[in-house]
Ligand binder design. Structure first.
Ligand SMILES: Nc1ncnc2c1ncn2[C@@H]1O[C@H](COP(=O)(O)OP(=O)(O)OP(=O)(O)O)[C@@H](O)[C@H]1O
Ligand SMILES: [Mg+2]
Length: 148
């Protein structure tokens, strides 16, 4: 089992930083035995969470996005946090095709939920949003259940 490890990063909520976050977290995640397609799923989930912070969280100012990722007990936990506008109705926001921006598809949370094993959203209007996602390599899950 990989050693417990963590990383933190912080950057202004600018779209040029989405790729940086995606690659950094994917590189960190590759310390676990994820397949290429699982790493791609993590990349999409991180991009969606960070893009949401860039597009929705800060409308009048450019605030910061904070990411914490940790490897513990063979799982990766990824937390994407902003101190922006927050989400009024989290249950509605998670639904497919729900968007508050015309022209967007409203699929970001749907991708995060389907590509990660766990998704939890905490949000307070005018204070910000914390998105927490957890994923375990599928191979590790199989080994784990065989050993039980
Ligand atoms: N970090 C955030 N801060 C404030 N509001 C958010 C945040 N993330 C999501 N939201 C709200 O939740 C809604 C749904 O988010 P979701 O990512 O599912 O869809 P979208 O961003 O609107 O469209 P897409 O991701 O398909 O481009 C957004 O339209 C927005 O109103
Ligand atoms: Mg989105």
């Amino acid at each position: 089992m990989a050693t417990n490890n963590y990383m933190k990063m912080e950057f202004p909520a600018l779209s040029v930083n989405v790729g940086l976050a995606r690659i950094t977290v994917a590189s960190f995640a590759s310390q676990l035995d994820f397949t290429v397609s699982e790493i791609n799923e993590i990349k999409v989930a991180v991009s969606e969470a960070v893009t949401n912070a860039v597009i929705h969280a800060y409308r009048e100012k450019v605030g910061n996005v904070m990411i914490q990722a940790s490897l513990k007990n063979g799982k990766i936990e990824i937390i994407v946090k902003d101190e922006g506008s927050g989400i009024e109705n989290i249950d509605a926001a998670k639904k497919a095709e729900y968007t508050t921006v015309e022209g967007r598809m409203g699929l970001g949370f749907v991708f995060m939920e389907s590509f990660m094993d766990e998704l939890t959203i905490q949000s307070v209007p005018e204070q910000g949003t914390i998105v927490r996602m957890v994923k375990t390599p599928v191979d590790a899950q199989i080994i784990d259940s065989n050993e039980r």
